[in-house]
Design a protein around this ligand. Structure first.
Ligand SMILES: Nc1ncnc2c1ncn2[C@@H]1O[C@H](COP(=O)(O)OP(=O)(O)OP(=O)(O)O)[C@@H](O)[C@H]1O
Ligand SMILES: Nc1nc2c(c(=O)[nH]1)N=C(CO)CN2
Length: 159
């Protein structure tokens, strides 16, 4: 059965409760949650004038195709009364599909692997905690290596 990885994020309301609820709803909608990373408090990326995020990553099994998994994740966001105030802005829940096996997709609705994942420490740090050996199908580097690469880049920027 294909294994996929989902990024979980929240920076409005009770962030931990929102993420726990999203995980429950994923199971309820037939997404089998195999592993969940620790949840980490992270600085906002992209749009910086917003509250701190809580982020995590989950390893899941899904019997359908990637598009139907994405639509199920979007339906869960709606069921949770998703509030999105602006692009890259604050939201009570955000569920992004990061990887679906080694599939590469470029459709109007879905881009896989998630195009910005290698630049996001709030994605790579929790993902590396549960899937360090998984190979990114475009960069041909493991998630653990991508996380190390990004940390080095960030250290160089601070120097
Ligand atoms: N891998 C993916 N995971 C989630 N959504 C995706 C993906 N690829 C494309 N999309 C599309 O992006 C839309 C969701 O955009 P959303 O509002 O969540 O963007 P964002 O979270 O503000 O930014 P980002 O996607 O860069 O994190 C969805 O409607 C979906 O069709
Ligand atoms: N730390 C952090 N920053 C973000 C996040 C997120 O989940 N965590 N999500 C965003 C929009 O997808 C934009 N910025």
């Amino acid at each position: 059965m294909p294994v996929a990885y989902v990024a979980l994020g929240s920076n409005l309301g009770n962030k931990e409760e929102n993420i726990r609820r999203a995980l429950e709803l994923m199971e309820k909608h037939g997404i089998r949650v195999r592993q969940v990373s620790p949840l980490l408090a992270t600085e906002p990326y992209g749009v910086t004038d917003q509250p701190e995020f809580l982020n995590g990553a989950a390893e899941v099994e899904w019997t359908g195709d990637p598009e139907s998994l994405l639509h199920t994740l979007l339906a869960i966001e709606q069921e949770m009364g998703r509030q999105r105030k602006r692009h890259w802005g604050e939201r009570n829940i955000d569920l992004d599909l990061l990887l679906f096996g080694d599939q590469c997709i470029h459709s109007e609705d879905l881009v896989l692997p998630h195009p910005d994942m290698a630049n996001r420490s709030f994605v790579l740090e929790p993902l590396a905690a549960i899937a360090p050996q998984v190979v990114h199908p475009v960069f041909h580097r493991t998630i653990g290596e991508l996380w190390q690469d990004l940390q080095k880049k960030q250290t160089r920027k601070q120097e």
